[in-house]
Design a protein around this ligand. Structure first.
Ligand code: SF4
Length: 158
């Protein structure tokens, strides 16, 4: 979430750059689009589509170096699998939700869907590197192509 946050989930390798989170190219969508519930992961609750109060106007997090100490470990383990920059820079052409507020709701709706697609792509791509999965590589490639096509079509359909 927000700039400087390191993805802490399974980190895609060099061969899959579009599935690696690039917070510098994202409008902090994970700090706005999802709802949080006050818990061991988040110090506060917030509704979906509302910016986290720690989010600065430049899309950086005011407490980034102290997320765990401040009660936000959930922010340190979240990984969008590159969906954030895809939605920010491709689907919405680099227009952010603060500057173009009439696109905000749509952007926040698209983000969780794109994240699911990117996570699926990550697992399929990872499975294709595993020799044990060789018998189903054809199926994996076909599914991967279908999801990739849907992702591209969806991006242009917005
Ligand atoms: S505390 Fe808020 S602004 Fe900071 S990374 Fe988490 S959700 Fe984003």
């Amino acid at each position: 979430m927000s700039k400087g946050r390191e993805p802490a989930g399974p980190v895609p390798d060099q061969g899959r750059p579009t599935l690696r989170a690039d917070c510098e190219s994202c409008f902090a969508l994970c700090c706005v689009a999802p709802a949080f519930l006050a818990s061991a992961d988040f110090a506060i609750s917030k509704d979906a589509g509302h910016p986290c109060p720690q989010l600065q106007p430049d899309f950086r997090c005011t407490i980034h170096p102290r997320l765990r100490q401040q009660g936000f470990p959930g922010c340190t383990v979240y990984d969008c699998f590159g969906a954030g920059q895809k939605v920010s820079q491709v689907t919405f052409g680099g227009q952010d939700w603060r500057s173009v507020p009439h696109t905000a709701d749509q952007m926040f709706d698209v983000f969780p869907i794109m994240r699911q697609l990117h996570e699926l792509l990550w697992y399929l791509t990872e499975a294709l590197t595993r020799p044990a999965a060789h018998p189903v590589h054809g199926e994996l490639r076909s599914t991967l192509d279908d999801i990739e096509a849907f992702r591209v079509t969806g991006a242009h359909g917005v």
